[in-house]
Design a protein around this ligand. Structure first.
Ligand code: GDP
Ligand code: IMO
Ligand code: MG
Length: 431
């Protein structure tokens, strides 16, 4: 019987714990497919005493009967991809066997990374806080219809195409009065990086390239179970995040259709992943941000440092207006709450229930949230001291946490079917 694609995506500013939960859910799926973003993503998976951070490869890779698809909406950087494959390969997983790459996925070129660096620098105080992986420039070229795709690697004139576009990029770099030879990427001067990037292109040829839209639609027709894995988070969506402090792709469930070639009628459940509090890396509005000791404590207890860049994440309380906005945009059918354990030991836990703007309390996320003065309205909850890591049953969670969960469910109208109480695969409570 024909099946539908389930979706798992982040409802906040990224790093919600998507990688962990995709890995937990994978045994129930035949195929896991990434639909957008690139190596700006860092998805952490822990099981046993092993820990991996995935950037491009879908988080289903640790189940050897699951096929992992890198969809057309994804950007691939062969340099980072190579490093990732080696790290996973060292643990005995044969990556090339279980990964299919869409011919239509775009490449991140070395000069995209140069441009990212140059554009960010030129923005000065208004910088986005990009991961500098070349995401913005690569998606720009995609929509400007001059990007290079994985399928282009097999064309006889790939080298000429590459030279043409990269020399155009170098001209732009010089317009910004930057000397590309002095810019380092991955710790080496540009030209050395470019040489190594060109060598790594060969790695991509070890993988089966596919027209993933045909593969996925055929798989659904055959009754295979497909899970689409989001990267970044809803509040970083290019349309619905606090523009321009966003990434350059559609991070919402809408991106599943364009990023995989699956029609809306074939989208099934939408699992929304959120942290029990909030974090953000990079610049941009963050109404519930805590710049005090409590924020520091959240960062310390939650190990809130970027999986891709190592930057400290900004921390704050859960933002319900933003969460409701994300649920609305994605059509979330089920919530999954992450990092509940990090809240243990706080005397009080707060949740934003509204934004007071010009004396009026509103729930809608404002158009210009970085410009308006927002006074956040909070509801305060009693904390708990219990350690949660060893708990395996929902009923055994402290009553204060259950009360917190119930409040979020009532406010959002969506039930929380999973509570994560630690980074490890087994520290997961399913209701
Ligand atoms: P992703 O980008 O959404 O996949 O999330 P990241 O991997 O960037 O960040 C989530 C971080 O939290 C990782 O370091 C995970 O190992 C960790 N993590 C995930 N779930 C939990 C949890 O329930 N509790 C704790 N303490 N850490 C968690
Ligand atoms: P995962 O998938 C958190 C943020 C950057 C920056 C903005 C734009 O691990 O949740 P970009 O590199 O796309 O130009 O950066 O988006 N950002 C992320 N923040 N998690 C991510 O991915 C992110 N990917 C990009 O910090 O503010
Ligand atoms: Mg991450």
């Amino acid at each position: 019987m024909e099946t539908k694609t389930d979706v798992l995506l982040g409802l906040q500013w990224g790093d919600e714990g998507k990688g962990k939960i995709v890995d937990v859910l994978t045994p129930a799926y035949d195929i896991v497919a990434r639909f957008q973003g690139g190596p700006n993503a860092g998805h952490t998976i822990e099981f046993g005493d092993k820990k991996f951070v995935l950037h491009t490869i879908p988080s289903g890779i640790f189940n050897d009967r699951t096929i992992n698809v890198i969809g057309n909406g994804v950007l691939i950087d062969p340099f980072i991809f190579d490093r990732e494959i080696k790290a996973i390969g060292a643990s005995g997983v044969d990556v090339s066997k279980n990964v299919l790459i869409s011919r239509k996925a775009h490449l991140i070129l070395p000069t995209h990374r140069l441009l990212d660096a140059v554009y960010e620098k030129a923005k000065g105080k208004e910088k986005i806080g990009s991961t500098l992986k070349g995401i913005g420039p690569a998606y720009t070229d995609k929509t400007a219809r001059k990007g290079l795709r994985i399928g282009d690697l097999d064309l006889p004139d790939f080298d000429q195409r590459y030279r043409k576009i990269s020399s155009q990029h170098l001209k732009i770099v010089s317009l910004y009065n930057a000397d590309f030879q002095n810019i380092e990427i991955e710790g080496v001067p540009f030209e050395a990086y470019e040489r190594s990037w060109l060598e790594k292109l060969a790695i991509l040829q070890l993988f089966e390239k596919t027209d993933s839209e045909y593969f996925l639609n055929r798989s659904l027709a055959e009754g295979k179970k497909v899970l689409a894995e989001g990267a970044q988070g809803t509040m970083l969506d290019v349309d619905f995040g606090a523009y321009p402090y966003v990434t350059s792709s559609s991070t919402t469930s809408a991106g599943v259709c364009s990023g995989l070639g699956i029609p809306p009628v074939k989208v099934g459940q939408v699992f929304g992943v959120f942290k029990a509090y909030s974090t953000r890396v990079g610049s941009g509005p963050f109404p519930t941000e805590l710049l005090d000791k409590t924020g520091e404590e959240l960062r310390k207890k939650g190990h809130e440092f970027g999986a891709t860049t190592g930057r400290p994440r900004r921390c704050g309380w859960l933002d319900l207006p933003a969460l409701k906005y994300a649920i609305m945009l994605n059509g979330v059918t089920e919530l999954k709450m992450m990092k509940a354990d990090v809240l243990s030991g706080f005397r009080e836990i707060k949740v934003a229930t509204g934004y007071k703007i010009n004396g009026q309390v509103k729930e809608a996320v404002p158009f210009d949230s970085e410009r308006v003065a927002i006074e956040v309205v909070y509801k305060t909850f009693k904390g708990w001291d219990n350690k949660l890591e060893e708990i395996t049953k929902f009923d055994d969670l402290p009553p204060q946490l259950k009360n917190y969960i119930r409040f979020i469910e009532t406010e959002t109208g969506i039930s929380i079917r999973l509570v994560s109480v630690g980074p490890n695969r087994k520290e997961t409570i399913v209701r």
